[in-house]
Design a protein around this ligand. Structure first.
Ligand SMILES: [Fe+2]
Length: 340
C-alpha cells in the first residue's frame, strides 16, 4: 500500500552529484521524500521498483538524454509527472519536451523557492487529476450497474406485458416464448450476428403485444374470420410496433411491424417484398406460424411435425422465405437423426 508520504516521492535524475544533492536537500526540507539517479538507466530501475510522483530530469545527460527518458516515462508510467531541468534555455527542446508530456522546466542555477513552488503546484495538480480519474472510473461503474438494473426492470416489465397478453387466450399461452425459441434456433442456423440475435429475441417476444387491443371475441373465434375480422386482427402488427417503440431499438420495432409480411408481398397493406423484408422479420414469421400450427387452436388440434413441414414447404416463396424454411428443415432433420 502506498503511504501518503510515498505519494509525493520525487526522483532527481542528473549526472552531476552536486545538483542532485542541492535539489534533494531543499525538497526533503520541504517534506518530500527524494530518490536520486545519475543516469536514465538508474532512473528506470527506480521507477520500476516504486511509485514516483514526480521526476526531475536533466535534459543533457551522458547516454540516454533527459528528453528520451521523458518519452520512456510517459510510455511506461503515465501517472508520473515530469519536470525538465536545464542549464541552457533552448526553447525548441523545451517546447518539444512539453509536447511530449513534461509538466514544466527549471533552469540551473536553481532558485530553490521557485523550484519548490513549481513542484508543489504540479503535485497538487497531479493529485486532482488522479481524484478526477478515480471519480470517473467510479461513475462509470455506477452507470453500468444502473444500466443493468434498468435492463432487469425492463425485462421484468416485458415479461409481465407478454404474460398479461397471453392470459387473454388459453390457446396462445406461452406462444411468444416458444416463438422466440424456435426463431433463435433458426437464427443460429443462419449464423446471425449477436446484434441480429438480440433483435430476433426481442422481436419474437414482443411481436404480438398489439393483440392487447384486439377484440377478444374475434381473437378466440372458433370459426373462420370474415375479411373484416381478419383485417381487424392484422392491425396488431402495427399496434405492437407502436407499443414497444419507446422500449426497444428501431430495428426491433421494424421487425415487429413486418412480422406478418408475406415473402411474395401479397400481405394486407404490405410494402416490403422478398429480401427487402428484414431477415429477422422473415424468421419470426416462420417461427410464429410453426408454433401456431404445432399448438391446439379452438378450431383444430395441434398439427404433427410432418404436416407442419408439408404446410410450410407448400408456402415456400409465397408466405415464407425459402432460405428460412431450409434452415428450419435442416434443424428438424438434425433432431430426427440425433433421436434415431
Ligand atoms: Fe402476429
Amino acid at each position: 500500500m502506498i503511504t501518503e508520504l510515498e505519494k509525493n516521492t520525487i526522483l532527481i535524475v542528473d549526472d552531476e552529484p552536486i545538483i542532485r544533492r542541492s535539489l534533494r536537500y531543499n525538497l526533503q526540507k520541504a517534506g518530500y521524500p527524494c530518490l536520486e539517479a545519475e543516469n536514465a538507466q538508474g532512473a528506470l530501475e527506480q521507477l520500476k521498483s516504486q511509485t514516483i510522483a514526480l521526476a526531475i530530469l536533466d535534459i543533457k545527460m551522458p547516454g540516454m538524454s533527459g528528453k528520451e527518458l521523458l518519452s520512456e516515462i510517459k510510455k511506461l508510467y503515465r501517472n508520473t509527472a515530469v519536470v525538465m531541468s536545464t542549464s541552457i534555455i533552448d526553447h525548441v527542446t523545451i517546447v518539444e519536451c512539453m509536447k511530449d508530456g513534461a509538466q514544466d522546466y527549471i533552469v540551473k542555477p536553481f532558485d530553490q523557492n521557485d523550484v519548490l513552488m513549481r513542484v508543489e503546484r504540479i503535485l497538487r495538480f497531479r493529485e486532482m487529476e488522479q481524484r478526477l480519474e478515480s471519480y470517473h472510473n467510479n461513475l462509470e461503474i455506477k452507470v453500468n450497474e444502473q444500466t443493468k438494473n434498468l435492463r432487469r426492470l425492463f425485462l421484468a416489465a416485458v415479461e409481465s406485458l407478454v404474460n398479461a397478453l397471453e392470459s387473454k387466450d388459453i390457446y396462445t399461452a406461452g406462444h411468444s416464448h416458444r416463438t422466440a425459441n424456435i426463431a433463435a434456433n433458426i437464427g443460429r442456423e443462419l449464423k446471425l450476428s449477436e446484434k441480429e440475435m438480440e433483435t430476433l429475441h426481442w422481436g419474437a417476444l414482443l411481436h404480438d403485444v398489439g393483440k392487447i387491443s384486439i377484440d377478444v371475441g374475434i381473437q378466440n373465434k372458433p370459426s373462420k374470420l370474415t375479411p373484416e375480422e381478419y383485417k381487424h386482427v392484422m392491425t396488431h402488427a402495427n399496434i405492437s410496433a407502436n407499443i414497444v417503440e419507446p422500449l426497444v431499438d428501431k430495428e426491433t420495432v421494424e421487425v415487429i411491424r413486418h412480422h406478418h409480411d408475406r415473402y411474395d408481398g401479397t400481405g394486407l397493406g404490405q410494402i416490403a417484398v422478398g429480401q427487402d423484408i428484414p431477415l429477422v422479420a422473415r424468421i419470426i414469421a416462420l417461427a410464429d406460424s410453426v408454433d401456431a400450427m404445432m399448438s391446439d387452436r379452438p378450431y383444430r388440434g395441434a398439427m404433427p411435425l410432418e404436416q407442419v413441414l408439408t404446410e410450410i414447404n407448400r408456402c415456400a416463396g409465397t408466405q415464407f422465405d425459402p432460405q428460412v424454411i431450409e434452415a428450419f428443415v435442416r434443424l428438424e432433420t438434425k433432431k430426427l437423426v440425433a433421436v434415431s
